[in-house]
Design a protein around this ligand. Structure first.
Ligand code: 5GP
Ligand code: ZN
Length: 115
């Protein structure tokens, strides 16, 4: 837990969210400003600021998040034909909340390259 971190508070239930998945290491909830019909934010319960600052000791939690993303995607029929998993690391990438998180997006088609 990092003081005054929005996503730490959401993971602890101190700030309400629409939870879609939780296990011992991961919490996932609907994005408040969805960019697709399905837009889920997946976070580790452990506070890590950004992908740019992970250490090798965090390798297992990063893998755990991807497996969780696959399980969550399987819950949504809208994602049966595909989904996108996005991490924004740092200001230039558009990161606004500095607790590492992955956007699980789907229910529409996406362009490439991303904007
Ligand atoms: P970032 O821009 O850092 O990659 O993504 C942060 C995401 O968190 C944004 O998509 C934003 O809409 C979402 N978000 C910010 N504050 C809240 C909140 O209080 N509740 C929920 N559910 N999502 C939030
Ligand atoms: Zn945090």
């Amino acid at each position: 837990m990092s003081d005054n971190c929005l996503f730490c508070k959401i993971a602890k239930g101190e700030i309400p969210s629409q939870k879609v998945y939780e296990d011992a290491k991961v919490f996932a909830f609907r994005d408040i400003n969805p960019q697709a019909p399905v837009h889920i934010v997946i976070i580790p319960k452990k506070h890590i600021a950004a992908l740019a600052s992970v250490s090798e000791s965090e390798e297992s939690i990063l893998g755990h998040i991807q497996v969780a993303a696959s399980k969550i995607a399987a819950q949504f029929p809208e994602l049966k034909n595909g989904f996108r998993l996005v991490n924004n690391s740092g200001a230039d990438a558009g990161q606004t909340v500095f607790h590492i998180h992955y956007h699980l997006l789907g229910g529409r088609s996406f362009g490439w390259p991303p904007g």
